[in-house]
Design a protein around this ligand. Sequence first.
Ligand SMILES: Nc1nc2c(ncn2[C@@H]2O[C@H](COP(=O)(O)OP(=O)(O)OP(=O)(O)O)[C@@H](O)[C@H]2O)c(=O)[nH]1
Ligand SMILES: [Mg+2]
Length: 397
Amino acid sequence: MRVKRYVVNALPEAVSLIRSELGNDAVILNTKEIKIGGFMGMFRKKKMEVIAAIESKHANTPAKQPKAASKPDSDFGQMIQNAQRASTAVLNPSPPKPSAAHNVDREQHILDEIRNLKEYMTKLSNQRTDLAGMSDEIWQLKEHLIEQEMAPQWVDRLIQSISEKQSEERTNYSKDQVWEHAASQLKEWLKPYGNSGISGEARIVHFVGPTGVGKTTTIAKLAAEQTIKHGKKVGFITSDTYRIAAVDQLRTYANILNVPLEVVFSPMDLPKAFNQLAERELLYMDTAGRNFRSELHVSEVNSLLQSSEPKETILVLSVTGKTKDMAAVAEHFSKYGVKKVLFTKLDETSVYGAIFNLIMDFDLYPTYMASGQTVPDDIERFRAESYIQHLLGSKSL
Ligand SMILES: Nc1nc2c(ncn2[C@@H]2O[C@H](COP(=O)(O)OP(=O)(O)OP(=O)(O)O)[C@@H](O)[C@H]2O)c(=O)[nH]1
Ligand SMILES: [Mg+2]
């Protein structure tokens, strides 16, 4: 059997095409009105989809000279009759005679063809439903999230979940509703990562990350919060002895906050530093931001992590970095068991998608968000709601 699909303006047009291409014995299996073309669901043209078929023995023998008297309508009638005959034959097959075993094969073949056709039609109509679920408002959300540099796989998942909800409810969400649904879905995804902060158990908190992301400034902000607000006895340790000014920078904060500072030049100096700071309840360790690809740096970070005391390592990342670079750093540190992240410089960008990507893709627990240079004010605990509001813009809640 040969099956062919025609997309035409009206049925008579299809009938003459079928007759000239498949011949007078062709049957019409299905006709359906469809809409094609257009832009974002608008300006689509009405067309008719006609599926016609011809048994193989008749195929490729189109009517060479169509009768002048035969009208397309009567041809259509003939084809429908053919179709009825064909379907009766398929639905009520007469018992095959042993001499006509090949008839059974042929019927099976026809049944297979019809099944394939049915699957194809179902697929086509599903595709149309997908497009129908994608309203202008949902498109706007998709574009917004792409601008926010949310990873395509997360954008698609979010859009799909909203489109499905919209179809289930057989409604068209307004822009506010689309944004509300996006906010609640994001909140659900971020739920396991909420309120993680820095563990209250950890006595040693170790900050790592690329150069200039704000590690030292962040330590000063957090230390101020702990000493002034919570009256904790804080101590500083720095291994950042690579730049002359680096120790001075932390020493300045140490003097202002009245916090003792120990400088270590190698992991071997650590036990002495811990000894000196034995009285302190909380130790913040600053490291030099260096090329994270350097094996030396990695081994240093590793040996600093060897202490048996309750400790936590925080990866500091500036959101002004490139999404791809941030992902490379996150991947690198998560290999060494770093589970927590702190984002800085939120005041210097309006693109927030990378934060979501990093949390979800590397299973990193966000602790704080820093948004300015002022010590100690410009830092706050990571809150999913406020982050989602940043990501979705003013329409979020
Ligand atoms: N706008 C803005 N600037 C910040 C923020 N956090 C830190 N900075 C600034 O970023 C610059 C670098 O900060 P540092 O704290 O020295 O960064 P670091 O990670 O310790 O740098 P290295 O020790 O060189 O690796 C300083 O000028 C800070 O004031 C922030 O949240 N927003
Ligand atoms: Mg520093």
